[in-house]
Ligand binder design. Sequence first.
Ligand code: DX5
Ligand code: ZN
Length: 215
Amino acid sequence: MAIIAPSLLSANFLQLQQDCDMLNASEADWFHLDVMDGRFVPNISFGPMLVEFFRKSTDKYCDVHLMIEEPEKYAEAFRKAGADNLTVHIEACIHLHRNIQQIKALGMHAGVAINPHTTIDQLKDVLADIDVVCIMSVNPGFGGQSFIPQSLNKIAALKQLITSQGLATKIEVDGGVTLQNAPSIIAAGADVLVAGNSVFKSPDPVETIRALKAL
Ligand code: DX5
Ligand code: ZN
């Protein structure tokens, strides 16, 4: 059974409390919180202040996805805000190994996200040090984009790599996940499904989460 991580980026920001309550009452496992800086990605979302509000609104695991440059400057602030997992982008980290050690030293789980153009080979030497690999199945920056089909091969190859090394690293898939494509994403080896629009824009988000969880 996959871990379901709705992305609050697709929530209604004028009624976040209701959306948090809805997720709390649902079978969602994680809150996926997308932080964007307008530099690493062409969009700006929110920072530690809002993460702290989400933290106070849920007991669920807070999975913070940093789409920002120089993430090392903010790791501590996100720890204080209550992040359980902090994911940084490989493309934004000059000293990725150091970033990962920093996140773990702060007491969080460490994730590394890779953009659609980045190969999984680049993860080999840090795979044993991280808890989550986030495979971006869209170009990061916006919710509601279409899943890039090539991502399926990437998920399968990464799964093989993780299994061959005997690791417990989770594979998270982020971008364009729907009820229709989720079965093939899970079959390819995904452990965590991020879902923004497919949950929040559906007529019955709680039921959509239940259906994703039942796959
Ligand atoms: C994209 C974000 C995603 C996104 C997912 O940059 O990292 O988490 O909000 O939204 P959907 O599921 O609508 O693609
Ligand atoms: Zn994300």
